[in-house]
Each structure stands twice: as structure tokens, then as C-alpha cells.
Unconditional design. Structure first.
Length: 290
């Protein structure tokens, strides 16, 4: 009979930490077959699926049924969360956990080890008591939402003066200058991001105009790939003078001639701005027209 065990850290990637059953009165756990899939107590209301290596030799449908029974047991006992950790390269176990309704939540880099003792990444999955069970309405879309890629989205604005110069921000946290704007927050539209960033960092409210470019950015240094949207913020010759800078983010703002942009920005920004200023609105990949 699978039960909840005492916490015992063992980042092997199958959650197999600590053997034994935790009795309701908190007495010392009894011995349990190490390969048995079981529940291990983590904290109040939270248990972890341990001994997941015991699933590998089982029929896949039987393995899913075993996990569903354990999850149901945990929720019936008043737990609100069942979680699991599995090595990133253990695709079959991950699929079995997802079929039992556990949703991917993130990656712990180098937290586990493989059979040779080499550090490997672990995937964390979990199911909450109020998550739809597999087969119930909402379960499929919830799982898709948790498993499909999430691409970073950046929204920026192009401000010019009456001489055709571009407004660039000198930032406190990196040497390269950049256009005003930033990363789009969850549940925020790109236009809202630009309005928020301009208000926070420059202290002004500007109308967000037409979309100028959609630019796919390949991985750069420590960044994964992203989509960058640039909107037209209009011509405002006096903006540098009337801006009230957020000093924690900006050192200064500068009007820069298009031919001088390369001296101040990252290479991908330079390509992007050259394309926007020379070719007008369009779709870009790594700053180049497609």
C-alpha cells in the first residue's frame, strides 16, 4: 500500500529519497521496497512521488493508473499538491507523469546525477488538488499551456526629433544603449508595455503609434531567442529636456544620428535600427529583412 514518507533529500531524478512509511502518529517509518513507487512527505500539504524508477519496467497504462491512484490517495488524505522530479533526458517517465496530470513547472539545473554520477538537469512537475483530472474539461488545455514553449517578447518604441535623430537610453545595468521599452510582462500587451516603460523610465506619456517591425532575435550571449516589436512613438524634439529619468534604470538619454548608432548599441540593435530607418516597416530576422 503506497503511503507518504518522511522528507529525505536525494536528487537522483526519480524522487527516490528516503525509504519507509510515515505513520499517522509520526512514528519511525517502516522499511519499503526501494523500487516501489510511493509518496514522500515534503512539507505541510505537499508530497512527492518517490521511486519513479519503479515505473520503467511496467506497462505504460498500468504505470499511469498506479500514479493516478497515488495522487488520489494524497488528495483524499488532505494534501493539496503532489510533485515529482525526473531527469530531463527521461522522456518516458515524464510522459507517464503528464498522463497522470502532473504539469511541468521548471528545470533545476545540475540538481540530479546520472548513473555515472555526472550532474544532470531535473524537471519539476506537479498537480494541485483543484487541477482538472486527466479526461476532465480543461485538463488538456491546462497541460498544453504548461508544456508548450513560451517565447520571450520585447516591446520598444522609436522616438525621433525634427533632425531625424533617434532617442537612445543609456542604461545603468549594461554598457550598450537601447531604445526605450522592455520585456512584456505576463498578461500585458506590447502596447501596454511600451506605455508603462516610457512612463516609468522617462516620466512622460507618449501615444504608441503604428507597429514598425517584428524582429526575431536568435540566442545572444546568455539570452534565449525572443521576438522584438518596435512601435512608432512619433517625433518629439523636446523629449530629452522634459524627461524625468528613473535613475535606477537610466543614466541619460541621447539623440543619436542614424550613422552613429553602431557606436553605442549592441550589434543586433544596430542591424535592427538600420533596417527600420532605411527600409521602413517590415518583418525582420536578426535585424535583417526577410
Amino acid at each position: 500500500m503506497p503511503t507518504a514518507e518522511r522528507p529525505s533529500p536525494s536528487p537522483t531524478g526519480d524522487g527516490a529519497a528516503g525509504a519507509g512509511r510515515l505513520s499517522p502518529d509520526g512514528r519511525a517509518p517502516a522499511e519499503v521496497e526501494p523500487a516501489a513507487v510511493r509518496l514522500r512527505a515534503v512539507t505541510d500539504g505537499v508530497v512527492m512521488l518517490a521511486g519513479l524508477s519503479g515505473l520503467r519496467d511496467r506497462d505504460p497504462d498500468e504505470a499511469v493508473l498506479a500514479l493516478l491512484a497515488l495522487v488520489e490517495q494524497a488528495f483524499t488524505a488532505g494534501r493539496h499538491r503532489v510533485e515529482a522530479e525526473v531527469r530531463a533526458d527521461d522522456v518516458e517517465t515524464r510522459r507517464t507523469l503528464q498522463r497522470a496530470g502532473l504539469r511541468p513547472e521548471g528545470v533545476s539545473r545540475g540538481r540530479g546525477t546520472n548513473d555515472r554520477g555526472v550532474p544532470v538537469d531535473l524537471l519539476r512537475l506537479a498537480r494541485l488538488v483543484d487541477d482538472p483530472a486527466p479526461g476532465e474539461p480543461g485538463a488538456f488545455l491546462g497541460m498544453l499551456n504548461a508544456t508548450l514553449p513560451r517565447k520571450r517578447l520585447i516591446a520598444q518604441g522609436l522616438v525621433r526629433d525634427d533632425q531625424g535623430r533617434v532617442l537612445l537610453c543609456e542604461l545603468t545595468y549594461k554598457t550598450d544603449w537601447d531604445l526605450p521599452g522592455g520585456v512584456v510582462d505576463p498578461h500585458e500587451s506590447p502596447r501596454q508595455t511600451i506605455q508603462r516603460e516610457v512612463r516609468e523610465e522617462l516620466g512622460v506619456d507618449l501615444r504608441v503609434g503604428d507597429l514598425l517591425t517584428v524582429n526575431w532575435l536568435p540566442p545572444y550571449r546568455q539570452w534565449d531567442d525572443a521576438l522584438l516589436l518596435v512601435h512608432d512613438l512619433g517625433t518629439h524634439p523636446d523629449l530629452a529636456e522634459r524627461a524625468s529619468l528613473q535613475r535606477s534604470e537610466l543614466r541619460a538619454v541621447h539623440w543619436v544620428r542614424p550613422e552613429d548608432v553602431d557606436q553605442h548599441v549592441a550589434p543586433y540593435v544596430a542591424r535592427h535600427l538600420r533596417s527600420v530607418l532605411a527600409d521602413g516597416p517590415g518583418e525582420l530576422e536578426d535585424g535583417l529583412p526577410v
